[in-house]
Design a protein around this ligand. Structure first.
Ligand code: ZN
Length: 151
């Protein structure tokens, strides 16, 4: 059990910039699984495209997977949706690419998804707007700085 409630509070309190956190929903699923109300089949259903993205483009998370509890399997992947992007979204491969989207004139929406490369657990963590002059939402690891700023 590695989830830290402190991290949750920090993420939840700011509605700035249209960012939406899904940590609570994610934790609810994890807790249902731990109580035995959801099976591994229910929660570990990442499709192969997501698994490929996780394997090649995911950024590693420090905490172990909440489902299989293995260390080193958990990653986050970011998909970007917007005009002139594929309808299924584009998987962001680097921070530099994420910065490019942020500087774009067209608005985009970024979805950050947690995936376990070992057991196929996956859940949406957050979504946030970027591009079109939207500032400061794009850094999953250091997002706390950005939250203080008014969009
Ligand atoms: Zn796992």
């Amino acid at each position: 059990m590695s989830f830290r409630p402190g991290a949750l509070e920090g993420a939840r309190t700011s509605p700035t910039g249209g960012r939406v956190e899904y940590r609570l929903a994610r934790n609810a699923v994890v807790s249902e699984f731990r109580k035995g109300r959801l099976s591994k089949l229910d929660v570990c259903d990442a499709h192969s495209e997501l698994m490929r993205a996780a394997e090649h483009l995911g950024s590693p998370e420090r905490e172990p997977c909440p489902i299989c509890e293995e260390e080193g399997g958990l990653v986050t992947v970011t998909f970007v949706f917007g005009a002139r992007l594929p309808s299924g979204g584009r998987c962001v491969t680097s921070q530099a690419e994420l910065d490019r989207y942020r500087r774009r004139k067209d608005p985009v929406v970024c979805y950050v998804i947690e995936v376990c490369a070992r057991c196929r657990w996956n859940h949406l963590l957050r979504m946030y707007p970027s591009g079109a002059g939207v500032e400061g939402a794009g850094r999953p690891a250091t997002g706390r700085r950005a939250v203080a700023r008014k969009a």
